[in-house]
Design a protein around this ligand. Structure first.
Ligand SMILES: *Cc1c(COP(=O)(O)O)cnc(C)c1O
Length: 429
């Protein structure tokens, strides 16, 4: 509700947060939602439709976070809702196989041919954890190479120089993670070839896998330099290590076949999340048949899940992927985005702001320096970002509430929405 053109105060959200905080740490079930790093209080949302969020005070926002990139087709798409309703009517979990699991696995395989076999889990964290275990089980090695500022979920052994919400904490890692649990995790700067070469020349025989967000989006969007992913592909192969693409964000985002199709690089293992669940808790990991066959019950690597592959999440994911497979989905999204980026680039020119963008995701860094890795991302101005976030919110636009996150555009955003975004940016800066 707008009063004299201003957004109403968020009284009810404020009250809801106080109440939530009595029972839930920080009042939130995932830290970045608290809006702490941008000096705000969390919004409590009542409903979401298309690109619009409505909070419990009745304020409406155009959403550029989209549940962290999940809703590439917009919130509550009618096809997804219909599929979910139909599935729910037949029960919500069996703990016994259902055909919908194979259906979704086939769709994933069609889009990601490198995922010859796939297993569904309930979150991106779980997918990555499991993929790492598979890599270790398959290679008989322990060491994992990751990149500073890449986020791979909140499993102990991956909270080393991690991005996303962890990047906003004062320590690089998390308390509660014993040093011994991360002694096999080595983190190096992204886009740095020499650092990777050095690690391999020292410990090549012990390295089970390189895990990378092929386009990092959890330190803000960072673009891989020409040939960098190919370099990772080659060095992993040369030393008998696996290459894992964590495509929890980029999968079904950069193209129907994720970053691997976009850049033409075939990883050994892939993790998917966010979009693949159609807004439900589903994620996936998969790869070459020979590698995935180390999993129980056929092989010695254990992995399991009570609600994994449940029929509702499978139906939601399947319906979401069907929308994306419609002819022209990605090209029309890309055209819309390209035009928008031109306008946005022009609006921020000369303001010490960097626009990093690819496909339908982008980040504005408040920085003089080009952002190519975690060091340069962390060098951006957090106070300016916080002010920018609050100003955008005041103008009815919800961007991802951290300078270490990406913003997302969906097929539900119209040119008009995007024009308004640029106008709001002009006003904010
Ligand atoms: C979001 C994310 C994860 C973790 O997924 P959850 O579903 O939040 O556990 C892992 N990797 C990447 C690249 C992500 O963006």
């Amino acid at each position: 509700m707008r009063v004299n053109g201003e957004l109403m105060e968020r009284k009810l959200s404020h009250r809801a947060c106080k109440e939530a905080s009595k029972y839930i740490p920080g009042g939130v079930n995932s830290p970045v939602r608290s809006l702490k790093s941008v000096g705000g209080n969390p919004l409590f949302i009542e409903r979401a439709k298309g690109v619009k969020l409505t909070d419990i005070d009745g304020n409406k926002y155009t959403d550029y976070c989209l549940s962290w990139g999940v809703f590439i087709q917009g919130h509550s798409h009618p096809d997804v809702t219909r599929a979910v309703k139909r599935a729910v009517a037949n029960g919500t979990s069996y703990g016994i196989p259902c055909i919908a699991e194979t259906g979704l696995a086939k769709k994933v395989n069609r889009c990601f041919p490198s995922m010859e076999k796939v297993r569904f889990v309930n979150s991106g964290t779980e997918a990555v954890m499991s993929a790492i275990r598979v890599a270790r089980g398959y290679t008989g090695r322990n060491v994992i190479v990751k990149f500073d500022g890449c986020y791979h979920g909140h499993a102990d052994h991956l909270l080393v120089s991690a991005g996303s919400g962890v990047a906003g904490l004062s320590g690089a890692s998390s308390a509660g993670v014993p040093d011994n649990f991360v002694k096999y995790t080595i983190s190096v700067p992204f886009n740095d070839r020499r650092a990777v070469e050095e690690i391999f020349s020292m410990r090549g025989e012990d390295i089970a896998a390189i895990i990378v967000e092929p386009v990092p989006a959890n330190m803000g969007v960072v673009i891989p330099q020409e040939g960098y992913l190919q370099f990772l592909r080659e060095i992993a192969a040369r030393y008998g290590a696996l290459l894992i693409f964590d495509e929890v964000i980029t999968g079904f985002r950069l193209s129907s076949g994720g970053a691997q199709k976009f850049f033409g690089i075939e990883p050994d293992l892939t993790t998917l999340g966010k979009i693949v669940g159609g807004g439900f808790p589903a994620a996936a990991f998969g790869g070459k048949r020979e590698i995935m066959d180390v999993l129980a019950p056929d092989g010695p690597v254990y992995q399991a899940g009570t609600l994994s592959g449940n029929p509702v999440a499978m139906a939601a994911g399947g319906a979401a992927l069907d929308i994306l497979s419609e002819a022209g989905f990605y090209s029309s999204l890309q055209n819309k985005c390209s035009e928008f980026y031109n306008e946005l680039e022009y609006a921020v020119k000369g303001k010490d702001i960097r626009l990093n963008r690819i496909g339908s995701m982008f980040t504005l860094f408040f920085s003089k320096e080009e952002v190519i890795d975690f060091r340069t991302s962390a060098g951006s101005d957090d106070k300016r970002f916080a002010k920018f976030f609050r100003s955008m919110l005041k103008q009815g636009i919800y961007i991802s509430p951290s300078r270490f996150e990406a913003n997302f555009i969906s097929s539900a955003h119209t040119n008009k929405h995007l024009e308004n975004f640029v106008k709001a940016v002009r006003k904010s800066i």
